[in-house]
Design a protein. Structure first.
Lengths: 100, 100
C-alpha cells in the first residue's frame, strides 16, 4: 500500500467551498478508482480551516493515475486558488493493518 | 468520529522494536475496543524512523478510554523511551466518509 497525507490550509471564508469540492473528489476517487483503497478527509478540531486528506492507494502507480482523473483536475481547479498557503504532502507505507 | 494523528520519530536503531510494539497496540486497540473504528500505522517512505498513527474513534470519550487500556500502557512503556523526540498529536473530525 502507498499512503499519502496531504495537508491543506484554506482561507477561513472558503471552508464550505473547499469542503464541498473535496467531498466530491473523495467520493469519486473511492468509488471510481480501483487503485484507491480509501480516501478520507478530516478537518482539524481546533482550526476548521485546516484539513488532511488521507489517501490510501494500492500502489505508487495508482497514486500517479489519480492525478490524471477528471475529478482530481476539477478539485485542483477549485481548491488551489482558495488555499491560504501551498499544500504539503508526505508519503508512507502501511505497517498495520498489513492489508489495509 | 474523532480522529487523532500521532507523529512519532524513533531512534534509527529502534525501528524494529517500535514496529513490533506498535503493531501489537494497533491490533489490540482495533480488536478489543468497541470505541475504535480503525487504528492504522504508517511508516514514512523517505525516513523509516518516522511513523504516523491514524487513530479513528467513535467519540472523544473513546479516545480517552483508549489511554486506560493495558495494551496502550504497555505500548507507551516500550515506545516512549525509544523516541528521538516527544511525539506530537493533532485532532480532527471526519468530513468524508461521513460514517468512516
Amino acid at each position: 500500500m502507498y499512503v499519502v497525507l496531504v495537508y491543506v490550509h484554506v482561507f477561513s471564508d472558503q471552508i464550505e467551498t473547499f469542503t464541498i469540492a473535496t467531498k466530491e473528489n473523495a467520493e469519486k476517487s473511492s468509488k471510481l478508482e480501483s487503485g484507491v483503497v480509501r480516501f478520507d478527509v478530516v478537518q482539524q478540531a481546533d482550526d476548521p480551516a485546516r484539513f488532511v486528506l488521507i489517501e490510501v492507494y494500492r500502489s505508487k502507480e495508482a497514486a500517479a493515475q489519480h492525478k490524471e482523473t477528471s475529478h482530481y483536475k476539477n478539485w485542483r481547479e477549485i481548491a488551489e486558488p482558495i488555499m491560504a498557503e501551498p499544500r504539503t504532502r508526505a508519503f508512507y507505507t502501511n505497517i498495520f493493518p498489513e492489508d489495509i
